[in-house]
Write a protein that binds this ligand. Structure first.
Ligand SMILES: *Cc1c(COP(=O)(O)O)cnc(C)c1O
Length: 407
């Protein structure tokens, strides 16, 4: 029996390898920072979403240690079962104040946030409309909730409008029989693998025109955009018109956990209906304390200077890459710390990532199913902690691997 099981798994693994899609975990023997240690060797790290370098920041580590001392290592059970430790409440108050919403609710991860929230809000009578490039957690949630699923071409408002029109007529018909379906649009503010931006102002106008709800995933924008670094919705002055603001505290905020910000009723409903909170042990209190310290950091005077350092490095890299055909133009208005170099095949992306690793540069090859099959790429991410010389080393490495004309 076991033998047959093992044979079947070997067959599947061989098929994955054959397609150039095999993945493995690389053990890192250092903290996550701009330098990481793998297999006894130091690499410059251009792979992390720790955009502001907060994952290894002393104030976050101190906050986590203090929480361990006071509240222990583990949470004991679901927050609804054994009581909800103070650090989660402090974090949620801090989040709501940071985002300027009535209330906030935190989850153990961004993934659990999407799954818990979408399945709590929609049933099979409803309609969910996704941008083609939204994160896997949103796709999984959309499938799980059972609502009718429609996908619009990436950032294509005309396509979205057509779908909303269709949803409207469906709503009209269903409404005559009693139950009016809800329509929820879900998109990201900064797309995780392309680093481009949703047309938020137009999107908000459109959803209002059709009476749809909007859920915006700010995973790669929280901490980076807007006067108070709340995200792209703040930068575009539309935050108050978005029903559900989602994000993670595992990226620019340097810690871990997901959040929903919105009205008090939304949070109350999720506490009652979001299965990923109800049926899951609360995160370690240290995670909540570190996340709160991360939010306070980006709100402090150091927030803008960290962001400025990040954008300076991004400008430097983009200038060096400007002749690179694979480097996509992202937005005239905003900069993004996610810089993809589209190479096409998995093999090409893997070969290039391998060649860069030989030069001490850690840049991930991103392949199917994270991106479309013919869209394999290197995904470069920068941190405020990278120095100008380090970005220069990356550019030189890319040049030596034959990908960039460098002056
Ligand atoms: C990373 C990511 C998530 C998931 O957040 P985690 O906290 O890592 O689970 C959700 N949405 C987007 C767009 C992401 O990039």
């Amino acid at each position: 029996m076991t033998n047959e099981f093992e044979q079947e798994l070997s067959r599947r693994l061989a098929a994955i390898r054959e397609e150039g899609l095999y993945r493995e975990l690389r053990r890192v023997d250092s903290a996550q920072s701009r330098q990481i240690r793998i297999g006894g060797r130091e690499f410059l790290n251009f792979s992390s979403n720790d955009y502001l370098g907060l994952a290894n920041e002393p104030v976050l580590k101190e906050a986590a240690k203090a929480a361990v001392e006071k509240y222990g290592a583990g949470a004991g059970a679901s927050r609804l079962v054994c009581g909800s430790l103070a650090p989660y409440h402090e974090l949620e108050e801090t989040l709501a104040a940071f985002k300027g919403t009535e209330a906030a609710l935190t989850f153990s991860t961004g993934y659990a946030t999407a799954v818990g929230t979408i399945t709590a809000l929609l049933t099979q009578d409803d309609i969910i409309v996704l941008d083609k490039l939204v994160h896997a957690c949103i796709v999984d949630a959309a499938r799980l909730c059972g609502a009718k699923l429609r996908v619009f071409a990436h950032n294509d408002l005309r396509d979205l409008a057509e779908i909303l029109q269709w949803a409207d007529s469906r709503r009209g018909k269903a409404g005559e029989q009693g139950k009016r379906p809800q329509v929820l649009i879900v998109t990201e503010s900064v797309f995780s693998m392309d680093g481009d931006f949703a047309p938020l102002r137009e999107l908000v106008t459109l959803k209002e025109q059709y009476g749809a709800w909007l859920m915006l995933d700010e995973a790669h924008a929280t901490g980076l955009y807007g006067a108070n670094r709340r995200g792209l919705a703040e930068a575009e002055h539309v935050a108050g018109r978005i029903e559900i603001q989602m994000g993670t505290m595992g990226k620019a905020l340097g810690a871990s956990g997901g959040y929903i910000c919105g009205s008090r009723a939304l949070v109350e409903l999720l506490v009652n209906r979001a299965r990923s909170i109800i049926f899951s042990t609360a995160p370690v209190p240290a995670a909540a304390a570190a996340a709160k310290a991360g939010i306070e950091f980006v709100q402090s005077a150091e927030g803008p200077s960290r962001c400025a350092a990040l954008w300076e490095r991004v400008r430097q890299l983009k200038a060096g890459l400007s002749q690179h055909a694979a480097a996509k133009d992202q937005s005239p208005e905003f900069l993004s710390a996610i810089i993809p170099l589209i190479l096409g095949s998995s093999e090409k992306a893997l070969a290039m990532a391998g060649a860069l690793r030989e030069r001490g540069l850690f840049v991930p090859a991103i392949r199917y199913p994270t991106v479309a099959r013919d869209q394999a790429r290197l995904r470069i991410t920068l941190s405020a902690k990278h120095t100008g010389e380090e970005v220069e080393l990356l550019l030189r490495g890319l040049e030596e691997c034959g990908k960039v004309e460098h002056p």
